[in-house]
Design a protein around this ligand. Structure first.
Ligand SMILES: *Cc1c(COP(=O)(O)O)cnc(C)c1O
Length: 387
């Protein structure tokens, strides 16, 4: 259509800093248990304004370890939103517990506190909230429900690095939080994650259980090779190589986040007058988004087909994504195991069926937000002409 290069939905911003950091690990003696992961934890805890931060191998690993600290297992229930990455529900399922889905709000895609309350039973052991596309959940409404149920409250913060609620940063809004450094999140370590918490007991358990349940880490051993094992644990550590990439990314995060916020604002302003589209807000009540991406919701009456809009955007060189392609309850694994039916979680299913995620990341060039705005407008007219 034109000669401009395609804009992908996301692209990691890796440069000389990451390259040098990785090479310096490779030149050194330590590939795991080393000083780079420790430094990454220190600087990440400062960023998230939490007392503790613990590197893990992925956000999924962090969610799993968080539940494990509370002894979640067979016979237990954990409430999760029906609209999320499947990882949220899988972390529960991997422990033999049952994920109990709650529908989300049509205003934000975030878990609906009334649905959480209705889902509580005497088996509820934990609640995982997901800050959908970076907008924090209604924590004022959810915290008392968790407290009354005696449930551990976990933030799935995979898409919400730097977001805040009532002036408090994501990562410190619940008993613990888990972040993701998968390539197209806010920052990357290739694969990786971070657990944050202000609870020392929980943090210590995560630290032990991500490393076989050893009672002391390599650095804490007075006699080489000697340790006791006091807990069941897994191996869900982050290597020094991954930590080196993550630490270099963290030190560049200010500029990357500023670009996201600005790109989001420009595209949202450009699309404000397109009456067919609604965009989930970047600010709602006490919640301030991390601007992970910009979501477009198509008309409720089904007058526009997502495939038509996405196809026209693709032809114009604009990459998109879908968060997420289905309510988790409607993925075959969950549908077949628990017998969920279409219509059980109508808002989550509506989002899964029609929402489109637009890129706002720091990989966008200066003219790209305007280019995305006009491409979306053209795509909407094109899709209208087809129906
Ligand atoms: C990406 C994502 C995850 C999974 O993160 P990993 O680091 O790949 O395990 C979990 N939850 C949400 C909401 C995500 O978007």
């Amino acid at each position: 259509m034109d000669d401009l290069p395609p804009i992908p939905f996301g692209r990691p911003m890796l440069g000389q800093e990451e390259r040098e950091a990785v090479l310096s690990v490779l030149d050194g003696p330590q590939l795991v248990h080393g000083p780079v992961a420790a430094q990454f934890e220190t600087e990440f805890a400062e960023r998230a304004q939490t007392e503790f931060a613990i590197t893990v191998s992925s956000c999924t690993a962090g969610l799993y370890l968080g539940l494990l600290t509370h002894g979640v297992g067979p016979g237990d229930e954990v409430i999760v939103p029906a609209m999320t990455h499947v990882a949220t529900a899988h972390s529960v399922e991997l422990l033999g517990a049952k994920p109990v889905f709650a529908d989300v709000s049509p205003e934000s895609g975030n878990i609906d506190p009334a649905a959480v309350k209705a889902a509580v039973t005497e088996r509820t052991r934990a609640i995982i909230v997901v800050h959908y596309l970076g907008l924090p959940c209604d924590m004022d409404a959810i915290r008392p429900i968790a407290k009354a149920a005696g449930a551990l409250l976990i933030e799935d913060a995979a898409l919400a690095l730097d977001a805040s609620y009532d002036g408090v940063k994501v990562g410190g809004l619940a008993d613990l939080a888990s972040f993701s450094f998968y390539p197209v999140k806010h920052m990357t370590s290739a694969e990786g994650g971070m657990v944050t918490s202000n609870n020392e007991g929980i943090s210590n358990l995560v630290r032990r259980q991500k490393a076989f349940g050893y009672d002391r880490s390599l650095g804490e051993r007075t006699k080489p090779g000697i340790y006791d094992v006091t807990l069941l644990g897994n191996n869900l550590r982050m290597s020094e190589i991954h930590a080196a990439i993550g630490l270099a990314q963290l030190r560049k995060l200010d500029a990357m986040q500023a670009a996201r916020a600005e790109n989001f604002a420009r595209i949202a302003a450009g699309l404000a007058d397109v009456e067919e589209l609604t965009i989930f807000p970047r600010q709602l009540g006490k919640a301030e988004s991390s601007h992970y991406c910009l979501n477009l919701n198509l008309p409720r009456d089904g007058s526009l087909e997502r495939d038509d809009v996405v196809g026209a955007l693709k032809a114009a060189g604009i990459g998109t994504s879908v968060h997420y392609p289905s309510a988790v309850s409607q993925f075959s694994y969950y549908r077949e195991k628990y017998g969920y039916k279409p219509g059980d979680f109508p808002v989550a299913e509506w989002i899964g069926a029609q929402a489109i995620s637009l890129p706002v990341g720091p990989h966008l060039a200066a003219g790209d937000p305007d280019r995305i705005v006009s491409a979306v407008k053209n795509a909407v007219s094109h899709a209208k002409s087809r129906t």
